[in-house]
Design a protein around this ligand. Structure first.
Ligand SMILES: C[S@@+](CC[C@H](N)C(=O)[O-])C[C@H]1O[C@@H](n2cnc3c(N)ncnc32)[C@H](O)[C@@H]1O
Length: 442
């Protein structure tokens, strides 16, 4: 239902529209919502008034509802239907958004805005192959749209075709030589292609154009200059989180609605019941958000992370008995049979192939010990690299890979670990156990 409209002298629909748009352009969304709510009260059959009310609402369930009204009262209104599909996407109703976009592109295959929205919804829903096809269509329809091209390039790199990403972006960056984002994306595609020199050239141009280094070229350049060409994916993760460390907590807990640590703690409580005195190892501990939740269960709490800046932040919390900079698999391999509980909150998204981490966990856990983690859920087989350079994993893959390492899945649930561009990301949460009475598979 729309909010109470403004009380005042009776107004006609045109002046309510005028007032609503004036308020909207003045960034006064409350005033705009009031004016458009008055307009739909005055003329409930006016599709544009409902659509304007939806736009003023900015997103969420209220926008979905208002666009849905617009479509009901004016089913021929193409823009209201596009608005409804987009509002569904932004509200996280991905299946409904995908269905709406599919219907729209069936009617107008040449609508770039529809193709792009469809691609984004498919991408967040963990369907990268279909998303890639839609991104290609969107860019073919609007070859000069740099934003769509950047998203297509990320999807291409994610699908393992970074060379196609370079081929797509290079002509665009020649035409827009001052666009730091394009050079940065070219640099990251060269990293994926294991071409450090070419990556450095593109990233240095990006850094020169981006005085405050908002894109984060500098840490990548530093890692490349330090000769980390052998494992650029680790260098990338370290550079990303070193740069991000100062605003990580604020971003994740605020706009990203990060919930992985609490979801994991609740799941562990359900599986093991009340516990204290455990030896807990927080894998990819970051700034220590999971440490806060798991400290009460731990007699000894350790953490490891690739990023020195993140570890520094974790140290400031004074929660951990041991903290180190390093790779999770290497850290697990150090001491066999030593942990009751391993926790990986939003970390396996950077690993892709989970076989090494499951094998190392099975050896590092005491018999009966547990490994609790979140991943992003893929609707495709195995694991896929998404446009945000995070992996998504299929439920069947997680199960099979854990079991192949000798772990038993005790709990596996769908969850929403965080949001991306306002949309809930489909996730999986699992607790695996090293059986007490069976040796793990070597
Ligand atoms: C999204 S953050 C999550 C941090 C923390 N677990 C939390 O819940 O707040 C992911 C962290 O995993 C770390 N990471 C990614 N891959 C890693 C690896 N192979 N070894 C160690 N840490 C890793 C990153 O440096 C980053 O700090």
């Amino acid at each position: 239902m729309p909010p109470e409209p403004v009380a005042g002298p009776a107004a006609d629909i045109d002046s309510l529209f005028q007032r609503g748009y004036d308020r909207l352009y003045a960034d006064d969304s409350t005033g705009a919502v009031r004016a458009f709510a008055a307009a739909v009260c005055l003329e409930p059959g006016h599709g544009e008034a409902w659509a304007a009310l939806a736009e003023a609402n900015g997103g969420g369930a209220a926008a979905v509802q208002a666009y849905a009204h617009a479509v009901v009262v004016d089913p021929g209104g193409w823009m209201w239907r596009v608005g409804l599909a987009e509002a569904l996407r932004l509200a996280g109703s991905l299946n409904d958004a995908i269905a709406a976009y599919r219907e729209l592109s069936g009617e107008r295959a040449d609508s770039a805005i529809v193709r792009l929205g469809h691609a984004r919804a498919l991408s967040v829903a963990g369907r990268p192959a279909e998303a890639l096809a839609e991104y290609r269509e969107a860019v073919a329809l609007r070859p000069d749209d740099a934003e769509a091209a950047l998203e297509l390039a990320e999807a291409l790199t994610g699908s393992g075709d970074a060379l196609a990403a370079v081929e797509l972006l290079q002509p665009l960056s020649r035409r827009a030589p001052d666009d730091a984002g394009l050079h940065h994306a070219v640099g990251r595609a060269w990293i994926a292609l294991r071409e450090p020199e070419k990556a450095l050239t593109a990233l240095r141009r990006a850094r020169d154009l981006d005085a405050e280094d908002r894109l984060g070229a500098a840490p990548l350049i530093a890692a490349l200059e330090a000769g980390e060409g052998a494992d650029l994916s680790a260098a990338y993760v370290r550079a990303l989180f070193d740069r991000y460390a100062d605003r990580f907590d604020q971003d994740l807990l605020g706009k990203l609605g990060y919930a992985a640590p609490e979801l994991l703690r609740a799941a562990v409580d359900r599986v093991i019941g009340p516990a204290t005195g455990l030896r807990v190892f927080d894998l990819g501990c970051g700034t220590g958000l999971a440490g806060i939740g798991f400290r009460p269960l731990a007699g000894f709490l350790a953490g490891v992370d690739l990023s020195p800046r993140m570890v520094e932040k974790a140290r400031e919390r004074a929660l951990y008995d041991d903290l180190r900079v390093g790779d999770v698999v290497a850290a697990l391999e150090e001491v066999p049979e030593s942990w009751n509980l391993l926790v990986a909150a939003d970390v396996l998204v950077y690993l892709g192939d989970l076989a090494p981490v499951f094998a190392a966990s099975a050896k590092a856990l005491v018999p009966g010990g547990r490994f609790a983690a979140t991943v992003e859920r893929s609707a495709e087989e195995g694991f896929t690299l998404g446009p945000t350079r995070r992996y998504a994993h299929a439920e069947a893959y997680v199960r099979a890979t854990a079991e192949a390492a000798g772990l038993t899945i005790r709990l596996m649930e769908h969850c929403t670990p965080r949001r991306e561009k306002g949309v809930g990301v489909p996730g999986l949460l699992f607790v695996a156990e090293r059986p007490a009475d069976r040796p793990q598979i070597a």
